[in-house]
Design a protein around this ligand. Sequence first.
Ligand code: HEM
Length: 321
Amino acid sequence: MAASSPQTTAPRAGAPFEHATEPANERAAEPANERAAGPANERAAGARSAGEPVNEPRLDFAGLTPYDEYVKASTLHRLQQPRSADPGEMAFLVTTQVMELWFGLLVYEWHTACGALAEDRLDDALASLRRSVAELRALAASWTPVSSLTPAQFNAYRSALGEASGFQSAAYREMEFLLGEKSASLLQPHADAPHAYAQLEQALHAPSLYDTVLDFLHRRGFDVPREVLDRDLSQRYEPHPGVEAVWVRIYTTGDEPLVQLGEVLTDIAELFGRWRTDHLMATRRAMGAKRGTGGSSGVAWLEKRAARLVFPELWTARGHV
Ligand code: HEM
């Protein structure tokens, strides 16, 4: 995912509305609450001193507003194409799209963290990882609109989904790969989608976030076992007692920035596990033990997935500190 560089918008000399008298259309465009605001409210706002002019937002734009050019809001709002007449489908579709955006952002943050760790920039890595924790909390909150659907409510549009399932989300799969849950067979649904396939194949063979952390700890002088450092990166990460011993040492000696690294990774593991559990519960409520639209046995398959925790030694090490 490419990040665009931030642009600063400096106030422009001679911009409209920087004059004392207001044209009628500016007055009409003023939000009602601001129109009612008298001097007392202005004082309460505490930001302006007496006599300072109140500048109104700019109203005249040729073409798209700068907001739309930046946020692409008009494009975003054209991306909802419900397939049934049921009014509840829109909430399901938008919730799913919102979660897709969070998945993409999490992948971006974890890639950024990996880049920083590979260059031994721990503070920068911690900043990305901490942002990702906040984003995982926002992702969890996104469940609300669909977390308690009744089977009748879900049935009202379920057939319109056809075989579509979140199981086919390439961004979600890349998240899992970055967390060490690699699986070559899960590339298969994307075999005819060259861009998604190439990205996932690259992620399958690249070091996960956890692999990158272990390499970093090795460079910091910790005794990460050779077979872990040289492992086949395309395989699911399996716990190793030597790695557990590394985390035990970090937590026992209170090596502060590294304890913080361990803790932010633990937050990520916990919140990712919680996403899986929330998904399982939402599914259980909406469809009981029916088969999934993606063809799995549904709840039983999701239960198996939800039982797994990522970054395993960060959990087991706690029993030895
Ligand atoms: C209450 C509504 C939902 C139900 C009933 C539901 C049901 C299911 C089921 C049964 C599966 C297993 C695969 C299959 O056979 O389809 C699945 C997988 C999945 N769903 Fe949902 N889902 C719901 C909402 C969502 C939402 C809003 C998202 C957000 C993107 C989502 C993302 C996923 C993902 C990523 C997987 C794959 C999980 C994995 O590989 O471990 N689901 N879903």
